[in-house]
Design a protein around this ligand. Sequence first.
Ligand code: CTP
Ligand code: CA
Length: 225
Amino acid sequence: LARGALPRDLDGRHVVVSAGGTREALDPVRFLGNRSSGLQGYALARTAAARGARVTLVAANVALPDPAGVRVVVVESALQLREAVLSAADRADAVVMAAAVADFRPAGYRPSKIKKRDGASAPSIELVQNPDVLAELGARPHAGQVIVGFAAETDDVLANGRAKLARKGCDLLVVNQVGADLAFGRPDNAAVVLGADGSSVEVPRGPKEALADVVWDLVAARLDG
Ligand code: CTP
Ligand code: CA
């Protein structure tokens, strides 16, 4: 389907998309990070804009050009991403959490570079848990607002996905089927989109734009219905 043939069914809507992967600083030169490329989140932002939405894209450590007509808020850490997403979400019709948010961050930031010393033992890194942004969005009253999460599961994909959807209180959960070939950095993706209403929509392997359009179809149906 050509983009021009798509409905402008998100006209007048404001949507927030998070993309990329957070970095948790250890010292001025080092961080703990993950392999998220941001491709799926950027595809979601692009397709939402094409369907008429006003889009706020919260981007964590992504090496991709800004999508045209989209407001991009650049963040680095999970705590920064939380601030940006929660403040934009106040006025949003939908929030899609495609970012890979670090579950843990170093307990203490070292303002000077950690040095090695001959004979001294290697330092260990103490971690503390980050707030769960999606669970916070799901837990606060959000009538009329659609909350979408992502999850990558390797085993018991559907059972784990259902449990995660309930735990996070979201309306839709996109469960990536990751196996031998990981979704990270690839232009295509396969997924099952689970709904809090018990529904499930299987999306065959295809471009990340195609998965994004299915997500917006389901979001638009919930906003209109
Ligand atoms: N997420 C979030 N804040 C976190 C961690 C995750 O908002 N601190 C969001 C992600 O953006 C994603 C969803 O939660 O949309 C699921 O992330 P996932 O890592 O699969 O779930 P977790 O609850 O962290 O469980 P797991 O132990 O499997 O990592
Ligand atoms: Ca996690």
